[in-house]
Design a protein around this ligand. Structure first.
Ligand code: KIV
Ligand code: ZN
Length: 520
């Protein structure tokens, strides 16, 4: 593999966190959360935001429409299968976007055509042409994907791509749907398509690599070396199964190794750490400590030899500066005497813009926190504000919680919840305080969801640290993840459980079994 370019060319970043990422089990986001993420991605300089799969549910349709109205710079894209109903829904959903795109796809591999579509080659070819033409009625910006391209027979792949271009597609996406390819193989596929397909030079080739073998980022970069100029990726690499190529890794690899990959992106890299936290918070998916670029340990040097080298010259063990990805030394921020003005300045310096009501609420919670906690750090502010955003639009809200526990005492929780504005109270005993709290929630708001995961993490050091609790619930095969942050672990646990229940309510509204069976 070698680069086919000498000067710096632009590679477009196509973010599919809100589509491929959001539909992975447990990653469901509310409308408010999706808007938050989309706005952040737009500000960060992502070129294309795939906002959802409009036909899959009224909730997805609404999210794509609202994101289309909100986003200022990026292209907003809606996904659709090859059917006209799908395409029309995607076209309608992105119609308010400044730059609307429809992304239509159909499987082209023998295994998918036979078992999933039960269609032969001719019917698939017919669907390719018809779907792209239909999509072009809504917008000039049409992306076509050959699902499972990397397991597709090459002559047939060329015929489908040729037809898609002939029918009006402007971007051709080559998904490694099952994460089966290797860098050399993926490089060869993109090269082959660019060399063999008539008019290949009139379109942009795009990568879409899944991470089943841990090769998603490597394959995507190989695709760029072969001439692809769009990379599909997600924040923290979330997505189906093992996920997609991680946006932060792609962007930083291109930046740090521009000596051998002279391709620029429009992403403001200093925002990557916050993007990672935001997506982790709204999905409840923790970021592994040793995750490249955004993991907690990505810039920590533990061994004596490394620390010694770092003190002499940071380049001994650091290939990029933490501040380039938005990681800063933990700093002491505000105390309990800090006023509204100082809090607002701090939020703005951290990139937060809150509406008046949300700001007042956050300020009140900051004051409460500063009363309980001696030192308030940047991380505390992030946890507090993100928690505010997460819980701001919930149907079920924790109003009061009193827990009695200890040695020789039966753990008891007295709880008041507001459910759609109506307050209800109960008390319960349990096998431990958390069990009592969760039983009380179940009594006030009966449901059949089962607890799949319960995890507690400290936001900062010290016994007065805020706890971030993650709760995963499963109901009828659907999984959601909730999160809560508080200095009191039991309160954080109640917030997290209730947050997950709220997400289940949203998911109940959004079920569309037919569309959700579509393989991605
Ligand atoms: O993985 C995949 O093939 C997809 C397509 C819909 C692009 O997500
Ligand atoms: Zn995918």
């Amino acid at each position: 593999m070698s680069t086919n370019s000498t000067s710096t060319e632009r590679v477009k970043i196509f973010d599919t966190t809100l589509r491929d990422g959001e539909q992975s089990p447990g990653a469901a986001m509310t409308l408010q959360e999706k808007l938050e993420v989309a706005e952040f991605l737009d500000q960060m300089g992502v070129d294309i935001i795939e906002a959802g799969f409009p036909i899959s549910s009224p909730g997805d349709f609404e999210a794509v429409s609202e994101i289309s109205k909100l986003v200022k710079n990026a292209t907003v894209c809606g996904l659709s299968r090859a059917g006209f109903k799908d395409i029309d829904a995607a076209g309608e959903a992105v119609k308010s976007a400044k730059r609307p795109r429809i992304h239509t796809f159909i499987s082209t591999s023998p295994v998918h055509m036979k078992h999933k579509l039960q269609m032969g080659e001719n019917s698939v070819l017919e669907a390719v042409g018809a779907s792209v033409v239909r999509a072009r009625n809504f917008t000039d910006d049409v992306q076509w994907s050959a699902e499972d391209a990397t397991r597709t027979e090459v002559d047939f792949l060329c015929r489908t791509v040729e037809l898609a271009i002939h029918s009006g597609a402007t971007t051709i996406n080559v998904p490694d749907t099952v994460g089966y390819s290797t860098p050399q193989e993926y490089f060869d596929i993109i090269t082959m398509l660019r060399n063999r397909v008539p008019n290949a030079d009139k379109v942009i080739f795009s990568t879409h690599c899944h991470n089943d073998l841990g090769l998603a980022v490597a394959n995507s970069l190989a695709g760029v070396l072969a001439g692809a100029r769009q990379i599909e990726c997600t924040i923290n690499g979330i997505g189906e199964r093992a996920g997609n190529a991680a946006l932060e890794e792609i962007v930083m690899a291109l930046k740090v190794r521009k000596d051998i990959m002279p391709y620029a992106t429009g992403v403001k890299t200093q925002m990557l750490a916050r993007a990672s936290k935001l997506v982790s918070n709204v999905t409840g998916f923790p970021v592994q400590f040793n995750k490249a670029i955004v993991g907690k340990n990505a810039f920590s040097h533990e061994s004596g030899i490394h620390q010694d080298g770092m003190l002499k010259n940071v380049e001994t063990y650091e290939i990029m500066r933490p501040e380039d990805v938005g990681v800063h030394e933990s700093s002491l921020v505000l105390g309990k005497l800090s006023g509204r003005h100082a809090f607002k300045d701090k939020l703005e310096s951290m990139g937060y813009k809150l509406e008046d009501a949300a700001f007042l609420d956050a300020f009140k919670r900051f004051k409460d926190l500063a009363d309980k906690k001696k030192h308030v750090f940047d991380e505390d502010i992030v946890a507090l504000v993100d928690d505010e955003v997460i819980r701001g639009h919930d149907t079920i809200v924790v109003k009061k919680l009193k827990v009695e526990t200890g040695v020789g005492v039966e753990p008891t929780a007295a709880l008041t919840l507001s459910v759609a504005g109506v307050e209800k109270s109960t008390w319960k005993t349990g096998d431990g305080a958390i069990d009592a709290v969760f039983k009380a929630i179940r009594e006030i708001y009966p449901h059949t969801a089962t607890l799949q995961l319960f995890e507690i993490r400290a936001v900062t050091e010290g016994t007065d640290a805020q706890a971030t609790v993650t709760v995963r619930l499963e109901e009828d095969g659907r999984t959601v993840t909730g999160r809560g942050a508080e200095t009191d672990t039991l309160v954080a646990a109640a917030y997290a459980y209730v947050n997950a229940l709220n997400k289940l309510l949203v998911k109940r509204e959004k079920q569309a079994p037919e569309a959700l069976t579509v393989a991605r």
